[in-house]
Design a protein around this ligand. Structure first.
Ligand code: TYD
Length: 206
């Protein structure tokens, strides 16, 4: 039987990694085998693409950027995600195709349908069973992110308006696919968020 496929989404700074840690732990306690990975960069080839996307100096057009994210995703899907699901392992991803629709579509103002189709081409149509969207106001998320003191990468250097557009893009996606999306208020406490996420995942498992 195929494993459960869960993706986490949200703008930078909403606390995805903490929630992924907690869900991974929960699934482990239930005795389930899980693979945790991320995009961009979940494979060796992906690391090179990630580096180009986030750290390479010089101009990178919106379409080239979208294609690099899609190339990363295609390789990740074919070499890690699909094989794991096929052997019954649950897969938890820190970002998946909705990141492209929100960031390259709403953020970079490319056509959202084209971006979605590009990603679907990359992964041969594989959608997650559940997508957990951690939602928070862009200014608040950026303030949290900036407290980490890390130097911002190419995408992180965007202004608050960009992230607000990305956030709205995500909310539209969630409204269009309410079955797949589970929207969580990311201003709630870590434990409160973890509890609602666990409850939603447990529903799918029963
Ligand atoms: P991420 O690895 O989540 O950031 P970090 O490790 O710095 O917390 O993602 C890197 C950036 O790439 C992030 O700003 C979101 C962006 N991104 C896209 O624009 N499109 C995509 O398809 C993906 C997967 C990420």
């Amino acid at each position: 039987m195929s494993g459960l496929f869960i993706s986490f989404e949200g703008i930078d700074g909403v606390g995805k990694s903490t929630q992924i840690d907690l869900l991974e732990k929960h699934l482990g306690e239930l005795g389930r085998k899980t693979l945790r990975s991320f995009e961009p960069g979940g494979t060796e080839l992906g690391q090179e693409i990630r580096n180009m996307l986030l750290h390479r100096k010089g101009q990178l057009g919106a379409r080239a950027e979208a294609l690099l994210f899609a190339a990363d995703r295609a390789h990740h899907s074919a070499t890690k995600v699909k094989p794991a699901l096929a052997e019954g392992t649950d897969v938890i991803l820190d970002r998946y195709l909705d990141s492209s629709v929100a960031y390259q579509g709403a953020g970079r103002e490319l056509d959202a349908t084209e971006i979605r189709n590009l990603s679907l081409f990359a992964v041969q149509g594989l959608l997650p069973d559940l997508t957990i969207l951690l939602d928070m106001d862009a200014a608040a998320a950026l303030a949290r992110r900036d407290k980490t003191g890390n130097t911002p990468d190419r995408l992180e250097s965007e202004k608050v308006e960009f992230f607000e557009a990305v956030r709205q893009g995500y909310l539209q996606l969630a409204a269009a696919e309410p079955q797949r999306f589970f929207v969580v208020d990311a201003t709630a406490s870590v434990e409160e968020m973890a509890a609602v996420i666990r409850a939603r995942v447990d529903e799918l498992l029963n």
